[in-house]
Design a protein around this ligand. Structure first.
Ligand SMILES: [Zn+2]
Ligand SMILES: [Zn+2]
Length: 248
């Protein structure tokens, strides 16, 4: 399997990442990707991105440095109701909306609480998928979360950086991948690059997907067509939901 789009990258806008968007594009091109999604952190993470960053992404071209550029976010889950740190008006037009748990924004609940929380987040029509659900700092009932992802057509991420920065992720990620195959849940495979050289670095994640025998059909960024189809479908749902909220 090949990954053609990196669905998880951070620029200097995130406050603790070190490359510009042009640099990230250079990294994507160097690894012969077709494109990348810029998923800077939502505003709740200390030093994180201002909400205007996300609405103004529209001024950027669709191709940067010879690769496709997609607009996304790694939003923060900020309370036990599963609310995010960006309002729907900022989320509706993005190409890929991931939500994730970060220790600086949310204190882990017990396994049952985290599982319920992530299931609620997956039910949120503005969320397309979860970033690094295999993080052992937030224990979950993996099968229940996978089932919720399958039910709502959302993605769970196999994050290549987790094997370095979230120790103990391997076993959870392998189990997640195996259960995604069992239940037909979608997967995104992201580098979580905070520096341009890491864009498109999927070495460990790909080996794990192979070990779990995940077919490419379940991995939304295994082809540009798959990613576009997923993204367009999700964007239509988000736009319709936001429209509804305005009318109410
Ligand atoms: Zn993250
Ligand atoms: Zn990230």
């Amino acid at each position: 399997m090949k990954i053609q789009i990196d669905t998880h990258t951070h620029s200097t806008a995130s406050g603790h990442a070190y490359s510009t968007i042009d640099d990230l594009a250079r990294g994507a091109r160097r690894r012969r990707l077709k494109g990348f999604v810029l998923t800077d952190h939502g505003p709740a993470l200390p030093g994180g991105t201002h909400p205007y960053h996300f609405s103004n992404l529209r001024i950027l071209p669709d191709t940067i440095g010879g690769v496709l550029f997609f607009r996304g976010v790694e939003a923060n889950i900020i309370n036990i109701e599963g609310h995010l740190d960006l309002t729907p008006v900022y989320l509706r037009k993005l190409d890929f909306v991931m939500a994730g748990l970060h220790e600086a924004c949310f204190k882990s609940l017990d396994r049952e609480g985290n599982t319920r929380l992530l299931a609620a987040v997956l039910a949120n029509p503005f969320v397309d998928g979860l970033s690094h659900p295999g993080n052992p700092a937030f224990p979950i009932g993996i099968e229940e979360v996978v089932k919720a992802a399958a039910q709502y057509g959302k993605t769970l991420e196999i994050n290549n950086s987790s094997f370095r920065v979230r120790p103990g992720s391997e076993q959870n990620c392998l189990e997640t991948a195996r259960l995604c195959r069992k239940h037909g849940a979608l997967i995104s495979c992201g580098s979580d690059a905070h520096y341009w050289e890491d864009v498109g670095n999927f070495a460990k994640a790909l080996a794990l997907l192979e070990e779990a025998k995940v077919p490419p059909e379940l991995v939304i960024n295994s082809s540009i067509e798959r990613f576009r189809a997923f993204s367009e479908k999700r964007r239509a749902v988000r736009s319709a939901e936001e429209e509804k909220m305005r009318i109410l």
